[in-house]
Each structure stands twice: as structure tokens, then as C-alpha cells.
Design a protein around this ligand. Structure first.
Ligand code: XCC
Length: 638
């Protein structure tokens, strides 16, 4: 056992969560942290990726004494195959979400749904880029664009992804063509990848890893790209905003609805509907001050990004936090309705909901719990569904008020400073006088030494619980490196009060001066983990303008608290883009020297990218900074 077991004293990094965590334990509940501890020691074979459970002759575990499985497979193939399966799951999940969005857009275009398109301009721009007559009626364009996306996701003709052809920088396309990484549709790539994962088919570990890189491209050029664009079209593009964050924003005197997950469209419709007089007066009659909808995880990040709109002012209650906190939201005893729209709805939520009187509702066919009601989002019935959620939430509130035994525990710790959010390529550039060259000029002179996307989940492993995100981010900004946050990393930044303009004071002198001049924080939040697509948009825009390849830019990606499979797919996306990609905790690959060496060293000769495995935030920042300094030389920025 080389790994340190989580120290019970090092859990949530923010005081509000620590308080509610302690209260939940005192009330007889267990959280991710206690269950992690109870699971120790975990299987060393599995941790190294050396366990194969695919066939009836297994499970096989590879060791020096037993180097081959029953079929003769070696540890390299087992490790690579296990990793490829994770990548395929993540790619499928991102594209599943994109397909849902495309279907919703199509139903709007066909006039079957009453949902309104909030960014018509973006739809027209995208259609123009695809070569359609962008002056057609908006509904027609919605159908055209939705059909285009559905075809991209599902086509089986082996044609490359049109989006990759259109939006990737030229040098990158050449790299992908040369290395066999030019991807076709995610449906086809996932089918091929999973077939390769079958027993006794692909016995070449390097080929399996290259398949994961192809999935990375299919993940980006259909899934992530499509999610961001269609969500913007339907919900409206993000704009700069500030909002309350963390558990203390829950108001016990309002009807409280939490929107948890990654698919925020339905929650935005509920917010629209909550303004109706009928619901406002029903809430008041029930004794509530009003109705609040709070964001949770990545869906919350998206909702926060559009929360500056007038119609959401009284309804959006704030962004509660990241996945390791979600049990705690319910443990406050003040939550009436908890909506689960996609992943990161932990199984223990049911125990929490039963204990604290919260109603759980699953909103998508893939989210299923025994004995939990589902109301799968249907764009054709969105209004009725939103009305039902609101009436049920009001009834839940009434029941909460009537329940004399209900204990409400809210944090006594100080509220967080309001977080600023809603950054996109456009908003960042706007801060720099709407000229990407101004940003590049500052990069060139070194006042912005480089930029790092700090994205993805939080994890309970090794006592991280947000700590690694916090420490790595601080180390980076100290070194004049700008941080772009997304996903639960952004939630962690917000909970720790790091998403403010004042953070400029903690940055290196040069970065601080730029931040203060342009009124930009050194840590900008792009939103959900699916907004990695939006971050790569910014990366591509920089590369286009500078005239270099994405692998030559002084940028890197970091997934400092990697947890699940979509993060693995995203990691293969950034690796395929040629970016240095820091990952902690280590994925389960150490059992194969070949796989570890390929990912951390040899891949540089394929895509230009490589994985940086480092659990120490200072050492990770050192290595990222060294990479950025090296890249600056390549493009003559020094
Ligand atoms: Fe889940 Fe996105 Fe990860 Fe957070 S960041 S732990 S997926 S909610 Ni994607």
C-alpha cells in the first residue's frame, strides 16, 4: 500500500461544508468520505489496472508470478483495454447529452415544443458556418442544425466528422491525418472501441491507446462542441454575472428546488415558469417567501452563467457546489425538491431524501433509482412538466413546514463573497477590448505567461476534497499563469472564495497588473465540465490567430481531482489536441510500464501531448510552468 489513506481531518476544504458534514454524521448519516475510508484497503491489482473481468475464465490478475491471463493476455493489454472502456463510456455519455439537446432543438424547430430559442443569432452564425442559407426562418434553421448534429453523432459511413474538418486548426488536422486519429462519428467510434475491448480481439496496447485518442476527437467534435453550442442556442449564451455560492445560500423560508447534474434546459424552463403569478401566489399561500431554484454541480454552473437575466433574478438562488457536497445539500433539511437530470446523482441520495423529507425526481431515462419517481424531460410537454415540478415542490414545502420534527441545519460560517462567472471566448476577449491580439500581446510580453484549464471533478482520494484544485490554482496564478476553471473545479473555486476580482492580489505581479487593468479575475469560470469544448474553442482561436499548432501554445490542461469516465474522455481530447495534461489522482495505469510510458512520454511523438502524473500541487505547477516556458520558446514569445 503506497497510497496514504484519507485523513479524517482533511475532507471538505470549505467551512460551510465541514459544518453540515459534521451535522449529517451526528444525525447518523455517512458521506462519501466515510464510505471511502470504509473501503480501504482497496484492491492493488485493480488500482494498477491489472485486473481483467471480461470472460468466464477470469477474473485474472496480473503479477510477476502470473504475468499472463488465462487467454494469454498480458498486463499491457489489460491496462490499456480497461482505460479504453472508461474513455468509451465518457464519450458515449457526452454524446448522449448532445443528442438529447439536438432532439430538443429539432422539436422546437418543428413547432412541437413551446420552448423559445434564446440565442437566435448564434443559431444563424452556426448555420452560416455550415454553409446553410442563414437567413431562412429560425425554426427551419433549428431543424437543419439539429439534423446536422444528429447525423454527425450517428452517421455510419466512415466519413470524418465535418465539425473537425471545419473547426480544427490546419496543423492539427495534418497531425491527426498522419497518425490515424481523424475521427468519424462518436456512434461509430464508440462501437469500434468497445468491439476492440472484447476478449481476444485487439492484443495491441498501443493501438488501444490510439483508439482512445480517436474517441477524444469524437468526444470534442460532436459531443462537447455540440453541447455548448446547442445549449447556448436554446438557453441563451453565457454573460458575465455574479452570484451567491455554497450551502449558506439556501433560504429555509422559500420553496427550495435543487437542479443537479449536467442538462440544465429543463431547470431553466422551471425558472421561467416560476415567475407566473399562479405559482408565486401558491407559494405565498403555503407560507413561503417565494420560490428558489439552486444550481448544483455542472447544471448549476450553466444556470449561473445565464442568471444575470432579469427573469431569473428572484428565482435563481445560487450555485451550491460540487459533487462531494451533494448529500450535504439535502442534509440541511431545507430542500423540498431535488432534480437529477444526468450524472453525478450519487446512489446515497435516496437515503438522504428519505431521512430529510426531500422529494427526488429523475429527469432522464438514464437516471434511475428504485422507488424514486421519474419525470423524463420531454420538450413537447415541457410547460406541463415544469408546472408539475413547481406544484409538487410547493406541496413538499407545506409538508416541511407542517413537520414539527424537521431539523434545519444551515451553516453558521460566513457567506462566500459573490462569485463572478459566465466567461466564454467572447466575454474574455471583450474584457481585452474585443481584440484577441491584445490578449496575445500580453502573452507575448509575458505578463500572461500562459493559460491552464483547471477542469473536471473533485475526489475524496488522498484527502483531496478540493485541496488539490485550490493549491494548484494558487500556484499557477502566482506564476503569472491564468486559470480557466470548469466543472466541479469551478464550484470548488467559488466555494473557497477564489472566483473574485480580488484574487488578482494573490497572482504574480505581472498577471495582477493585467487583471487590474482589464478588470478580469486571474481565475475565470467557463461553466460546466462539458464546457471543456468552449475552452478548446479559445485554445483554437489563439492558435489560429498566432498561426501555430495547438500543441505549440503556452497552455496546458489540468484535471487535478479526476473522478469519472467523462473526465477520462476529456483527458484524451486534450491529449489529442497536443496539450500537456496534468492528471491527479493517477488513473489505474501503473501496472503497465508500456502504457504509462506511452501516455507520459511517447505520445509527444504522436500528438505532441502527454499526461503529467503528479499528486503534489507544487511539483505539478513546476512541471506545467516548465512546459509553458518551453512552448513560449517554440513560438518565439521570449
Ligand atoms: Fe460530476 Fe460535472 Fe465531474 Fe463534477 S465535474 S464530478 S462529472 S459534476 Ni464534470
Amino acid at each position: 500500500m503506497s497510497e496514504k489513506v484519507v485523513d479524517a481531518g482533511v475532507m471538505h476544504q470549505d467551512k460551510q461544508s465541514q459544518e453540515i458534514h459534521a451535522a449529517a454524521l451526528a444525525q447518523g448519516m455517512s458521506t462519501v468520505f466515510e464510505r471511502f475510508k470504509a473501503q480501504q484497503p482497496q484492491c492493488e491489482f485493480c488500482k494498477q489496472g491489472l485486473s481483467c473481468q471480461l470472460c468466464s475464465d477470469g477474473p485474472c490478475r496480473i503479477s510477476e508470478r502470473k504475468p499472463l491471463g488465462v487467454c494469454g493476455v498480458n498486463g499491457d493489454v489489460i491496462v490499456a483495454r480497461n482505460l479504453l472502456q472508461l474513455t468509451a463510456i465518457g464519450t458515449a455519455a457526452n454524446n448522449y447529452q448532445c443528442r438529447n439537446l439536438a432532439k430538443t432543438l429539432k422539436s422546437i424547430g418543428e413547432g412541437k415544443s413551446s420552448i423559445k430559442i434564446k440565442d437566435e443569432e448564434k443559431l444563424r452564425r452556426m448555420c452560416q458556418a455550415l454553409g446553410y442559407d442563414h437567413e431562412k426562418p429560425v425554426k427551419e434553421l433549428a431543424v437543419l442544425f439539429a439534423d446536422f448534429m444528429l447525423n454527425e453523432i450517428g452517421k455510419q459511413n466512415d466519413e470524418p466528422l465535418a465539425l473537425m474538418d471545419m473547426f480544427a486548426v490546419e496543423q492539427r488536422k495534418e497531425v491527426w491525418k498522419k497518425t490515424g486519429l481523424y475521427a468519424t462519428s462518436p456512434a461509430s467510434e464508440v462501437m469500434t472501441a468497445l468491439t476492440k475491448c472484447m476478449t481476444n480481439i485487439s492484443n495491441d496496447a498501443v493501438d488501444l491507446l490510439k483508439t482512445a485518442l480517436r474517441l477524444g476527437n469524437a468526444n470534442e467534435y460532436a459531443g462537447l462542441w455540440g453541447i455548448t453550442v446547442i445549449q447556448d442556442i436554446i438557453m441563451g449564451t453565457a454573460s458575465l454575472t455574479s452570484a451567491q455560492t455554497n450551502i449558506a445560500c439556501i433560504d429555509p423560508d422559500t420553496v427550495n428546488i435543487i437542479a443537479n447534474g449536467h442538462q440544465p434546459i429543463f431547470a431553466s424552463i422551471i425558472m421561467d415558469k416560476a415567475n407566473d403569478d399562479a405559482f408565486q401566489s401558491a407559494a405565498k399561500e403555503a407560507g413561503a417567501k417565494g420560490i428558489k431554484l439552486y444550481g448544483s454541480l455542472c447544471a448549476g454552473q450553466q444556470l449561473m452563467n445565464v442568471s444575470a437575466r432579469e427573469e431569473y433574478k428572484d428565482i435563481f438562488g445560487g450555485q451550491l457546489g460540487n459533487w462531494i457536497q451533494e448529500e450535504l445539500f439535502i442534509a440541511t433539511g431545507a430542500v423540498d425538491m431535488f432534480l437529477m437530470d444526468f450524472n453525478c446523482a450519487v446512489p446515497s441520495l435516496k437515503d438522504y431524501a428519505d431521512k430529510y423529507g426531500t422529494k427526488l425526481l429523475s429527469l432522464d431515462q438514464v437516471v434511475r433509482f428504485p422507488d424514486v419517481e421519474s419525470l423524463d424531460f420531454d420538450p413537447e410537454n415541457a410547460e406541463e412538466q415544469a408546472a408539475k415540478v413547481l406544484s409538487d415542490s410547493i406541496s413538499q414545502f407545506k409538508a416541511r413546514k407542517a413537520d414539527k420534527s424537521r431539523v434545519i441545519t444551515l451553516p453558521s460560517a460566513e457567506k462566500n463573497p459573490e462569485a463572478i462567472a459566465g466567461y466564454t471566448t467572447e466575454t474574455v476577449l471583450k474584457m481585452f477590448g474585443n481584440d484577441i491580439n491584445t490578449y496575445i500581446a500580453h502573452m507575448k510580453e509575458g505578463s500572461i505567461k500562459g493559460a491552464v484549464a483547471v477542469a473536471g471533478c473533485t475526489t475524496v482520494r488522498s484527502g483531496q476534497g478540493g485541496k488539490m484544485i485550490q493549491d494548484l490554482t494558487m500556484e499557477l496564478i502566482k506564476r503569472d499563469i491564468m486559470v480557466i476553471g470548469a466543472g466541479c473545479c469551478s464550484s470548488t473555486h467559488q466555494n473557497l472564495g477564489m472566483s473574485t476580482r480580488e484574487m488578482a492580489k494573490m497572482a504574480g505581479a505581472k498577471l495582477r497588473a493585467v487583471c487590474e487593468k482589464y478588470d478580469v479575475p486571474p481565475i475565470v469560470s467557463y461553466g460546466s465540465c462539458t464546457d471543456v469544448g468552449k475552452i478548446l474553442d479559445t485554445v483554437a482561436a489563439l492558435a489560429w490567430t498566432i498561426g501555430c499548432d495547438t500543441s505549440e501554445l503556452p497552455v496546458a490542461a489540468a484535471v487535478p481531482e479526476y473522478m469519472e469516465q467523462k473526465a477520462i474522455a476529456d483527458i484524451f481530447t486534450t491529449l489529442s489536441f497536443g496539450l500537456l495534461t496534468h492528471v491527479s489522482p493517477e488513473p489505474m495505469i501503473r501496472g503497465s510500464e508500456l502504457v504509462t510510458k506511452y501516455l507520459t512520454e511517447d505520445m509527444v511523438n504522436v500528438t505532441g501531448g502527454r499526461m503529467l502524473l503528479e499528486d503534489d500541487p507544487v511539483k505539478a505547477a513546476d512541471a506545467i510552468e516548465a512546459h509553458i516556458i518551453d512552448r513560449r520558446k517554440v513560438i518565439n514569445f521570449d
